[in-house]
Design a protein around this ligand. Structure first.
Ligand SMILES: [Fe+2]
Ligand SMILES: [Fe+2]
Length: 463
C-alpha cells in the first residue's frame, strides 16, 4: 500500500494557479471593458468636471487591466491566452453597464455596483490566497484595492450630474451580477433578472458641451479664416503685449484640447481586436489631453476668471471628425501633434511663457510638451499598424490626412455664419478683463516669432 505523511498545512479552495489565473483574467476583462465604457461616457458627458473625472478614470482602469493581464500571463503563460476566450457572461454584464439612461445611472452602476463588487471580491481573494505562493498577485491586488476604494470615494465627492433616482438601475445590475456569480464567477449564481431590453450604447459623433458655457464652434482665430472680426478682436488682446496674448492663448488652447482626448476615446471605443498596447496607449493619450484641458481650466481659474462666461468651449473639432473612420480621426490628430513638434511650436511657446514670468503656464507647457512627444510616437506606431508599414500605408496616411483636413475645411465653411462661430464677443469681453490685469515688466528684448499649427494654411495670413 502507498504511504504518505499528512499535509504540511491546509489550503483553501479556489487558490491554485488555475483558479488564480481564471479569476484574475475575469478581473482583467472587467477593468478592460470598464476602460472602454468610461471612454464612451467620457465623450457622452458635457459637464467639464465630470468629463475630467471620467478621463482620469478610464486611464486608471487601463493601468489596473495592464497589471492584471501581466499577472495572468505569468501564471499560465503561454497556455492561457488572456486576450481570447473571454467569459461571455461577464461581457454581457459590462455591456449592460453601458446602457445607463443618463450619467447618474452610469456612475451609480459603475461605482456603487461594479466597482463596489470589485473592491469586495479583491478582499475575498486576498483573504483566501496564500500570501507566500501568490505574493506577486497580492502586491498587485493590494494596489488595485487601494485605488478602487479611493475612486469610489472620489465619485461620491463629485457634484452629481442630476437628482435622478438610480435605485432601480442599481438593483437590476446587482441582480445581473449575482446571476453570473459576481466578477470572480465564484459566488453562488442567482436567477437572472428580467432584461429591461434597453438599446445598446452608441458613442456620440457630435459632442455636447457644458451647458454653463455659451455654445461655441471654435475657440481661437486660427481655426476659422472667415471670422475676420474674431481675428481683429484677438489682435487687440495681442496689442497689449505678445506675452499676454501667449498666456491667454495657451490657456484657452489647452482647455479646448478636450477634443484631442475625445478623438482617441472614440477610436478606443470603436475598434476591437487590436493588440493590448494599442488600447493602453490610446487610454494614456485620452488622459493626457484631458489633463491638458484641465491645465488650461486651472490656469484661467487661477487668474480668477469666470471661465464659463468668458471662454469659448468649441465643439467643431470633434464634431467635424465624427463621420470619419477611426484611422482617419487618428490621422488628423497626428497631423496636428506631429506638426507642433516638428515646427518647434511648443519650445517657442514655453520660451514666451517663461519670459512672461508666468511660472504656472510655463510649468503646464513644459509637461504638455513632454506628453506631446509621447503622442507623436503613439500616432506613428498605431497608424502604421492600422494602415500598413509600407509605401501603400504611407500613401494611405497622406490621403486620409489630406481628406480629413478638407473635411474640416468644409465643416468650417458650412458653419462660418453660425452665430456660435463668432469669436469677437468673447475676445472683447476678455480684453477688458485682461487689460486690467496687465503688469509692467523690465524690457527683455524678447523676439517673438510664433505661429500655431493649423489645418488650413490660409488662416495664417490673418494672424
Ligand atoms: Fe495636448
Ligand atoms: Fe497630444
Amino acid at each position: 500500500m502507498p504511504k504518505v505523511i499528512r499535509s504540511s498545512r491546509a489550503t483553501p479552495q479556489h487558490t491554485r494557479v488555475g483558479d488564480a489565473s481564471s479569476i484574475l483574467k475575469r478581473f482583467y476583462i472587467f477593468e478592460r471593458q470598464l476602460m472602454r465604457a468610461l471612454a464612451g461616457w467620457y465623450i457622452q458627458t458635457p459637464g467639464v468636471e465630470l468629463k475630467f473625472f471620467l478621463g482620469g478614470e478610464q486611464w486608471l482602469s487601463s493601468q489596473h487591466a495592464d497589471s492584471l493581464r501581466a499577472r495572468v500571463l505569468e501564471l499560465r503563460y503561454p497556455r492561457r491566452d488572456v486576450d481570447k476566450k473571454w467569459d461571455q457572461d461577464l461581457l454581457v454584464f459590462m455591456d449592460e453597464l453601458l446602457k445607463a439612461a443618463n450619467l447618474s445611472e452610469f456612475l451609480a452602476g459603475v461605482y456603487d455596483v461594479a466597482l463596489a463588487a470589485l473592491r469586495d471580491e479583491i478582499q475575498e481573494y486576498l483573504d483566501r490566497t496564500d500570501p507566500l505562493d501568490d505574493a506577486p498577485t497580492v502586491y498587485r491586488l493590494r494596489h488595485i484595492a487601494y485605488d478602487t476604494a479611493t475612486r469610489i470615494e472620489q465619485m461620491h465627492l463629485l457634484e452629481q450630474p442630476d437628482a435622478t433616482d438610480t435605485s432601480e438601475w442599481r438593483d437590476y445590475l446587482s441582480q445581473r451580477l449575482a446571476s453570473i456569480g459576481g466578477l470572480s464567477g465564484l459566488h453562488e449564481r442567482d436567477a437572472a433578472p428580467i432584461d429591461p431590453g434597453r438599446p445598446g450604447f452608441q458613442v456620440q459623433r457630435s459632442a455636447r458641451r457644458d451647458p454653463r458655457f455659451r455654445t461655441a464652434r471654435f475657440h481661437l482665430p486660427h481655426e476659422n479664416k472667415y471670422d475676420k472680426a474674431g481675428a481683429a478682436a484677438w489682435k487687440r488682446i495681442e496689442s497689449l503685449d505678445k506675452r499676454v496674448a501667449m498666456q491667454v492663448w495657451s490657456a484657452i488652447s489647452h482647455f479646448n484640447e478636450i477634443w484631442a482626448g475625445e478623438a482617441p476615446a472614440s477610436v478606443l471605443f470603436d475598434l476591437s481586436g487590436e493588440p493590448w498596447d494599442f488600447y493602453l496607449d490610446l487610454s494614456r493619450w485620452i488622459w493626457d489631453e484631458t489633463r491638458h484641458s484641465m491645465m488650461g481650466y486651472r490656469a484661467m481659474q487661477g487668474w480668477g476668471w469666470d471661465v464659463p462666461s468668458l471662454i469659448p468651449y468649441g465643439d467643431a473639432l470633434y464634431n467635424a471628425l465624427g463621420p470619419m473612420p477611426p484611422a482617419q480621426r487618428l490621422a488628423l490628430l497626428y497631423y496636428f501633434e506631429e506638426g507642433l513638434l516638428r515646427s518647434g511650436t511648443k519650445q517657442v511657446e514655453l520660451k514666451i511663457l517663461e519670459a512672461s514670468g508666468d511660472d504656472g503656464s510655463a510649468h503646464d507647457m513644459d509637461y504638455d510638451w513632454a506628453d506631446e512627444a509621447i503622442h507623436v510616437g503613439y500616432g506613428f506606431k498605431w497608424l502604421r499598424h492600422l494602415l500598413g508599414d509600407d509605401n501603400a500605408g504611407q500613401a494611405e496616411l497622406t490621403r486620409l490626412t489630406d481628406e480629413a483636413r478638407a473635411i474640416f475645411a468644409d465643416y468650417v465653411k458650412a458653419h462660418k455664419d453660425d452665430e456660435e462661430a463668432k469669436l469677437a464677443p468673447y475676445f472683447e469681453r476678455l480684453y477688458d478683463v485682461v487689460a486690467q490685469m496687465t503688469l509692467d515688466v523690465p524690457e527683455d528684448g524678447l523676439e517673438i516669432q510664433w505661429a500655431p499649427v493649423v489645418a488650413d494654411q490660409a488662416v495664417l495670413e490673418d494672424l
